[in-house]
Design a protein around this ligand. Structure first.
Ligand code: NAD
Length: 250
């Protein structure tokens, strides 16, 4: 147990499914109070029902940047303050660069990069004022590998890693830590689509993963607990790889 996470207010974006759901579940198991922001009503209802009373959900499309300050106001009214922000919501569009329109590229960047900044700015301002907080970004191995067909996704996730370092330095004097998890290949609805559309992908991934399996959402959630807790109190600006060794596999 991470005793210090008990009764902490933890905001998880995209917490209705996949990795975000596992993160919400892990924090709730530590007796933290979890606020999930997501845009899929059915997933939010399922999370509320299955994760119990420590979890509250807020339906919002984070692409609507103008509404983010009001959303954060609503969350602060509901919770009092926010101790931990996990920027998990993200999208991927698999398309060759030559066929990816400007609008599609901007759409990926809007969700994965600009909305992440807008929410982090609003929550971060309040954390700076309260003198404490832990912010966790979620990037991807796509920011380090040259994976074909995901140029917008790779660019936006690389931006998130840069944002992590810049914000960590800016907000450290105010007691706010900013870190990032770079998951490898994790079994979720998002990755299942990629595996379905690319027979042989799973074998290629496993062939270079020393720990010999795909990741589970709980593997990422465990890293998020650590980065949120005081036990990582001297860690900021870091990118924590959670990939079973895939990125160093030969
Ligand atoms: P997922 O599709 O299951 O979950 C993404 C969640 O984000 C969904 O609940 C979705 O509704 C929400 N979301 C997307 N756009 C939103 C918006 N505009 N407003 C509100 N909510 C929005 O995918 P996942 O695999 O669980 O991915 C979670 C995160 O982990 C993403 O940032 C993804 O890029 C990253 N990631 C996943 C993998 C993997 O292998 N699954 C690997 C590396 C990184």
């Amino acid at each position: 147990m991470y005793e210090d996470l008990r009764k902490k207010n933890v905001l998880v974006t995209g917490g209705g499914s996949g990795i975000g759901y596992a993160i919400a579940e892990a924090f709730a198991a530590e007796d933290a109070d979890v606020l999930i922001v997501g845009r899929e009503r059915e997933n939010l209802a399922h999370a509320r029902k299955s994760l119990g009373t420590r979890v509250r959900t807020f339906e919002a499309d984070l692409n609507l940047l103008d509404r983010i300050p009001d959303l954060v106001g609503e969350l602060k009214t509901a919770a009092g303050h926010i101790d931990v922000l996990v920027n998990n919501a993200g999208i991927n569009v698999k398309r060759n660069a030559a066929d990816l329109s400007d609008a599609e590229y901007q759409g990926i960047v809007l969700t994965n990069q600009t909305a992440v900044f807008a929410l982090t700015r609003e929550v971060g301002k309040a954390m700076v004022a309260q003198g404490s907080g832990s912010i966790i970004m979620i990037s991807s191995m796509a920011s380090r590998y040259g994976i074909p067909g995901v140029v917008g996704y790779a660019a936006s996730k690389s931006a998130v890693e840069g944002m992590t370092r810049a914000l960590a330095v800016e907000w450290s004097p105010s007691g706010v830590r900013v870190n990032c998890i770079a998951p490898g290949f994790i079994v979720t609805p998002m990755s299942s689509r990629a595996f379905q559309n690319d027979p042989g992908r799973k074998e290629r991934v496993l062939a270079r993963t020393p720990l010999g399996r795909l990741g589970e959402p709980s593997d990422v959630a465990n890293a998020a607990l650590f980065l949120a807790s005081d036990r990582s109190g001297f860690i900021t600006g870091t990118i924590l790889t959670v990939d079973g060794g895939n990125s160093i596999g030969f």
